[in-house]
Design a protein around this ligand. Sequence first.
Ligand code: 13P
Ligand code: SF4
Length: 303
Amino acid sequence: MNDTPIAEEIAALKKERGAVILAHNYQRPEVQDAADFTGDSLELARRAASSDAPVIAFCGVYFMAETAAILNPGKTVLIPDPGAGCPMADMIDGAQLREFKARHPGALAVCYVNSTAEVKAECDICVTSGNAERVMAALPRGREIIFVPDRHLGSHVAGKLGAKYILWPGYCPTHARLSAKRVEEVRAAHPGAPVLVHPECPADVRAAADECLSTGGMCAYARASSAREIIVGTETGILHRLRRENPGKTFIPADDSLVCPNMKKTTLESLRDCLRDMSPRVAVPEETAARARSAIEAMLAAG
Ligand code: 13P
Ligand code: SF4
C-alpha cells in the first residue's frame, strides 16, 4: 500500500466497507499498489470467487468486474470507472453469437473471458489466457467448437492442441499494435533476452517470440527465469509488477505504445470515490448471470 494521502483515504474506506480491492496486472502502478491483490483474469476470477469480503472494488475493465459480480450474487461489486470497457469484448454481442451458433448446429460454444455477460450466457464454457489450453484440451472430441471473440487466442490454442476451431474475427486493438518486425528489432538490441508475448498478439508476433503467456504466466516466468533481461510483449502496465517483484532483473517493453486506454481509466481518485459512494455498482440481470455463471464455473472446475 502506498502512503499518499489519497491512498490513506482508500485504506480507511476499505476497512470501513469491509472491501477487498482487486486489480488487473495492467492497472496504473499506484492503483496496483493500493490493491489487496493484483493478478491476471483467471487469478482475479478465482479471488473473486473465494473472497468473503461483502464488497469487491474491481480495478480492471468491465467484463472482469462483471465476472466478479456473476460469481458473487450476494455481494456488492464496485467498478471505479464503468466506462472502462474492452473493445475486443464488444466485438460480438448475444444476438451475433446466437446467429453464429445457428450456422454451426451442434457445435460447442467457448468464449474467452474477455466477453460480455450476455455472450458468456450463450456459451458452454469460458476460458482465460491462463487456462485456455488446459480447458480446451479437456473438451469432448468429435464436436465442432466455436471460439469467440479473440481469433488470436483461438488460433494459438488450436495450434498448440492440433485442433481446428471456428473462430470469430475479434481481436485486441492494443496487442494488434505489436509487429514481428518490432520484436526482431528489440531482440537484436538485447541479444539473449527471452521474448514473452501475450496470446492476444497476432500469429506472426507469437511465432517471433520465445514464450506466449498470460500476464500471470509472464509474472511466474520472470520469477523462475535466470535471465537478467526479459523482453515483454504485452500492455506496459505489467512492467510495474514485474520490476517490483524482480528487483535484480531488467524488463524491456517490446513496444512502448502497448497501452490499453481502458485499463488506464481507473485512478486512485475514482477508486476512492467508488468506495466512499458505494457506486458505481456492477449488476447483471439474474437470468443472464445464472447462465453466464455456469460457463465460468465450468471453467473454474476444469482449470
Ligand atoms: P490476462 O488474463 O492474461 O491478464 O489477460 C487479460 C487481458 O485483457 C489481456 O489483454
Ligand atoms: Fe481488452 Fe485488449 Fe485492453 Fe485487454 S488489453 S482489456 S483485451 S482492449
